[in-house]
Every structure is written in C-alpha cells, then in structure tokens.
Design a protein. Structure first.
Length: 289
C-alpha cells in the first residue's frame, strides 16, 4: 500500500497499471473545514480520492474535476485533483449527523438516479467533459462504471475509509487498476473481480493486502508524489469572476461599503471594499461610480 498522504503509480510486466493514493490528511482537513459528520465526511473523502486516482497522466500534470449529482439530500459533490498532488472539494448540503456512516447505506446517498460529470485537463489536450448515469452502487463501483464506459478500458476501483468512534476520519485511500492494451486479461479479471476486495491498509503481508500485490517483483513504481488538500482560491480569481458580471449586477454589488465572499472549497472569507470593486470594474472598461 502507498504511504500515508502519497499517490503512487505502478506498472507491471503483465500489462496492469495501478494508481494508488492515500489522502488521509486531505480528507481530515476537508472534514474539519466543512464541519462534516461521518456520513458526509466519508462520502466527500471518497470522491476526493476518486478524483486523485483518476488523474493518472502524472507526467503531463493531468487535472480532474468531478461534479457528482447525487439526487439525494447531499445535493451535488464537487472535487478537484490537480498538479498530480493536490485535492480540494465540498458538498452542497452536508447531512445533519443523525445518520452515521455505514457502507451499506452509501449507495442511497450518492448514486440513486444520480449523474457523474468528469472534466479532464492536461498539458497535451484541451479540457473535455464526459458523463455517466449512476446505478445504485457505492462510490468505487460508480467510478469503475464511469471509467469502463467512457475510456472503454477494463478498470477496477476500490475506495476505503476508516473512522473512529466519534465519526472522525482515521484513514482514507483508494486505487484504480487498469488493463493495458497488451495486458494479461485473464490475470486482471482474477485479481480484480467485483466480488474480490483488497485490504488497502494491511501491511502484514496477507494475501488479500494490496501492499502484498504491489511488492511483487513484476510491479515497478514509475511515479510518486505527496498529496494534500490545497485550494486555488484568491483575490485574482474573485476579481476575474466579478469583472465578467453584467454591469447591472456590478452596480448592485456597489450599493454597500463592502462585500464578503466565502470560498466553497476551503471556507476562506474575502472582504472586498467598494473602492476595490470600483477599481476592478473600471479596469475592464466599466463606468461605475
């Protein structure tokens, strides 16, 4: 298994590629920032982990954004992975904590008549968006269905969380295995059948531990990086967003001495004065006063 707070990329001589990520501290930080009870914390953590392992083209700094429409009281989940080492995300409507997390409840909260949109960014390609309707499955199975249908590459995803008695995240990790064009399909199907689950946290050498598989001689580590929670918000991004508003909306923002904007991803609050807003708007050829 990967070390805590790392993303590792492996390739085997059997033509199987595996990307494995442990985002424990990032998931803990997201839980703390958004004050999430166990159900929301685990679901957001798994979606963040999914974004991290889907950004597989690490050499070209591929980024991935997930827009996960749950069709449940949680609303839409947003998660980004970028630069091969950072994640951020939030839920629109965290639950109230009355329902503790349990694996058998996950599908009811994330996938019943839901939809998953995936946007990929790369140094080599223009951004593109693909989508899949979600079946009544857990997060890992939903991501597997997405990648199998969109990329038409035989793939298998597992996402695993450990929480303590107070509902706080202790560990969060996941992996995606993919069969390369000349890979051993029979071996892949044997290793990653849907009824076989790998233990992502066991380091004891047991047969079902992912670390046991990855430590075999035919698996080579081809890339590795630390991974953490980081937001890309800032005054420059706010400035460009506000400058794109219609003038009547800009004028409305100038009615008060200042405005306050809170980042959905990290919770940081920005207080922008009326004078600063006027300067920004007039930079773009506006005529606000």
């Amino acid at each position: 298994m990967s070390e805590m707070n790392r993303i590792d990329h492996y390739l085997s001589t059997d033509g199987i590629r595996i990307t494995v990520a442990d985002i424990t501290d990032a998931a803990r930080e997201a839980q703390e920032i958004h004050h999430l009870p166990s159900l929301s914390a685990v679901i957001l953590g798994k979606v963040l982990n999914a974004a991290a392992i889907l950004a597989m083209d690490f050499k070209n700094h591929e980024g991935v954004s997930l827009k996960w429409e749950t069709n449940s009281p949680l609303g839409t989940i947003h998660a980004d992975a970028y630069e091969g080492r950072y994640v951020r995300g939030f839920l629109e409507h965290p639950d109230d904590g009355c329902v503790p997390y349990a694996p058998d409840r996950e599908a009811d909260w994330i996938s019943r008549k839901g939809k998953l949109f995936v946007t990929r960014y790369s140094l080599l390609k223009m951004p593109y968006v693909s989508a899949v309707d979600l079946s009544n499955s857990d997060a890992a199975a939903c991501v597997s269905d997405y990648i199998n249908s969109s990329d038409q590459t035989l793939s298998h995803v597992e996402l695993e969380a450990l929480i303590d008695g107070e509902g706080k995240i202790m560990r969060m990790a996941g992996f995606i295995a993919q069969l390369m064009p000349e890979g051993d399909r029979k071996l892949f199907e044997e290793l990653f059948s849907r009824d076989r689950k790998w233990d992502l946290f066991d380091e004891s050498g047991k047969e079902n531990a992912l670390s046991t598989l990855l430590h075999k001689e035919n698996y080579v580590l081809i890339g590795s990086a630390p991974i953490s929670f980081r937001c890309t918000c800032g005054e420059d991004r706010i400035k460009h967003s506000l400058q794109g508003l219609p003038q009547n909306e800009q004028n409305s923002l100038l009615e008060d001495d200042h405005i306050e904007i809170e980042c959905h991803y990290c919770g940081k609050k920005y207080e922008i004065s009326r004078e600063t807003l006027m300067k920004w708007f007039n930079e773009k050829g506006g005529n606000v006063q």
